[in-house]
Design a binder for this molecule. Sequence first.
Ligand code: AMP
Length: 309
Amino acid sequence: MSLCVVGSIAFDAVESPFGERERMLGGSAVHFSLAASFFTDVRVVGPVGEDFGEDEYAVLHGRAVNTDDIETISGGKTFFWRGRYEDNLNTAHTEDTQLGVFGDFEPKLSEASRSAETLFLANIQPDLQRRVNEQCEGARLVGLDSMNLWIDTARDSLVQTIDGVDLLFMNDAELRMLTGESNLLRAAREAMGMGPRAVIAKQGEYGAALFTPEGFFALPAYPLETVHDPTGAGDSFAGGFLGYLASQGEGAGEDEDVLRRAMAYGSTLASFNVEEFGTERVQRLTREEVDGRFDDFRNMTAFAAVPSA
Ligand code: AMP
């Protein structure tokens, strides 16, 4: 099944205790696409400026991501984000956000993108996410991510957008902020009440938790000795998760076993993403490496029952 994603396509400047980059390819839709491309055909939708060139396209094409619906706005500048991480790599401090070509972007999807069965509304202004969702009449499974900025500045629009999706991906702190509930379980229930069938709470280095009508499932993050840049971890997680679901056909979003495997693939892709800056690690990742780490996850999280006397 094909998968369509709308979100930011960006240049990022990142500083972490392990180094810095002044301008590298980033954006929620980019990190998502690269991760999802290990499982299914991916089409990315969004605007870029004239400063977005061959090198950036080459990264997406290197993973066979379809870029036909990337629109170059003449005279425009690509979305720019500057972030900084302290020793605690869990929190990104946003130092600059320049919407650039996203300021007055009007999405026009091709027929192929409109008919994708799976849609991901990656982090971007919620009105824009909703307009894309409305155009994708063929989508049977829709996921959404967002962030504190939009909860603060466009909450009503975001709540309206959440009502139209099946799966909600958010950081635990953002779920608490969205719902006003400090207890994560209550926050997830409250968020499910807004429309989605399931909620996935991302918890940085502590892993991720899945809330469904059937119950609860959680995985730790993959234990890594080297984390250079957490930027894009959430989007890579969602890419691995939804890419795998899309590869499993109709009904996958309601199958508890498939959803749990999707949690492991999401965690796997996120773990590779954070090992190096930006898209550096995922660009040269192989499917064998993905499957190897997926198996590690199974071994890490299984334990035997108490032996009978
Ligand atoms: P993540 O670390 O997965 O939460 O996402 C990081 C990516 O989100 C970076 O590559 C940024 O370019 C992008 N980003 C940061 N702020 C925004 C925003 N306000 N809207 C859309 N994308 C953003």
